[in-house]
Write a protein that binds this ligand. Structure first.
Ligand SMILES: *Cc1c(COP(=O)(O)O)cnc(C)c1O
Length: 394
């Protein structure tokens, strides 16, 4: 069945669903139900005992959500997918499942702000410590692994500096110590980067971003080994309860069908905008992984199909100038989030990374002059015209 569907463009449309099983409905039905009825008491007993397959209660599984999980597993080339109420529900369920009190987590330097917050909370409450590493070399990783290290947690590209981490290298070192590697693949999407194929163990997404792609849903997904995710489903997901709603799964199934064409268009546009930004006199630095001048370009070539839709850049001037640039835009929207049809712009130092204390922020390369752009699906000429007129006014 799957053998003629191994191209992602086809898989996003057909995987995980047979219309013949659903009265011929071309698109997967929305099973907007909290619970499922049993024909007999004995059937209920067998379902709960795991002796008969079938749905019981939507926190334990829902057919619409299953379709999305199967599509995501296929895209990330993993054994199974597990859907969550948000990206953070996925991050927290996976990290809590992998750790116990007094463990240690080794992280990439540069993490999504709420993931950073979760790690701080786990440290305070359960003494689960963490270290950050730039992970530029094998020794960077190896030297921070301790006997109590329970997992390595990586984001690449890193938000908002667009630094890249060599996932194959990190997985090789972690596996010398039998430590699983978890990758937040939100920025790349499975169309551009597949961490499991590079040897990592669990991949997760804020499906709010490129997976949904239309700015209308908050959701998360994890993909990995069936044994591990079955356990997560029956422990941290079931009992902490961060499950995806059937309607959100339905929206994501719809969004996923166009993932490859959307992401290609995001990349086409970002390449043009990168080139234009580089030649603007009020721009001092541009950070885009697909640019040959990017310090990690060689990693992009190795592990990502293309550079993605996010660009960060620094302008001449002060924080006020950065804010003035945002205020002078006509149709580009000032907003956090990314991966939507609309081009979105934000100021990391005062928005997504405002909680990071000033010295660490500077260490992470997040200056007052740094601006992050999520390049949308509009005509690139219009995006550039809007950016240019705002940059010209500085
Ligand atoms: C948005 C985001 C998250 C959190 O996802 P939510 O869906 O908002 O909970 C996690 N990691 C990255 C890289 C993100 O961009």
């Amino acid at each position: 069945m799957t053998k003629d569907r191994n191209k992602q463009e086809t898989a996003v449309i057909h995987d995980g669903y047979e219309s013949a099983d659903m009265l011929g409905s071309l698109t997967p039905p929305l099973f907007q139900t909290s619970t499922f009825t049993f024909e007999t008491a004995e059937q209920g007993e067998q379902r709960f005992a795991g002796e008969e397959d079938g749905y019981m209660y939507s926190r334990l599984g829902n057919p619409t959500v299953t379709v999305l999980e199967e599509k995501m597993a296929g895209l990330e080339k993993g054994e199974r997918g597990l859907a969550f109420a948000s990206g953070m529900a996925a991050v927290s369920a996976i990290l809590v499942a992998l750790t116990k009190a007094n463990d240690h987590i080794l992280c990439s330097s540069g993490l999504y702000g709420c993931t950073f917050g979760l790690l701080s909370m786990m440290n305070e409450k359960y003494n689960i410590s963490h270290d950050f590493s730039t992970m530029e070399t094998k020794d960077d990783v190896r030297s921070l692994i301790k006997p109590e290290t329970a997992c390595v947690y990586v984001e690449t590209p890193i938000n908002p500096t667009m630094k890249l981490i060599d996932l194959k290298m990190v997985a090789e070192v972690a596996h010398e110590f039998d430590i699983p590697v978890v990758v937040d693949n939100t920025f790349a999407s499975p169309y551009l980067q597949r961490p499991l194929e590079l040897g990592c163990d669990v991949v997760l997404h804020s499906a709010t971003k490129y997976i949904g792609g239309h700015g209308d849903v908050i959701a998360g997904v994890a993909v990995g080994k069936k044994d591990f995710l079955d356990k997560v489903q029956m422990t941290t997901q079931k009992d902490m309860g961060g499950v995806m709603s059937p309607f959100d799964a339905w929206l994501l199934i719809r969004g996923l069908k166009t993932l490859p064409i959307r992401v290609d268009r995001h990349c086409d546009n970002a390449e043009k905008i990168d080139e234009k930004l580089r030649s603007h006199p009020n721009v001092t630095r541009v950070l885009y992984p697909d640019d040959t001048e990017h310090p990690d370009y060689h990693i992009r070539e190795k592990q990502m199909r293309r550079g993605g839709g996010l660009i960060s850049f620094e302008i001449k001037g002060t924080k006020k100038d950065a804010q003035r640039l945002l205020n002078n835009l006509h149709f580009i929207k000032i907003a956090v989030s990314l991966g939507d049809a609309e081009t979105l712009i934000q100021h990391p130092a005062t928005m997504t990374h405002s909680v990071v204390p000033e010295p660490s922020r500077t260490d992470m390369g997040i200056t007052d002059q740094l601006i992050r752009l999520s390049v949308g699906l509009e005509a690139w000429e219009d995006i550039w015209d809007d950016l240019k007129q705002a940059l010209d006014q500085l």
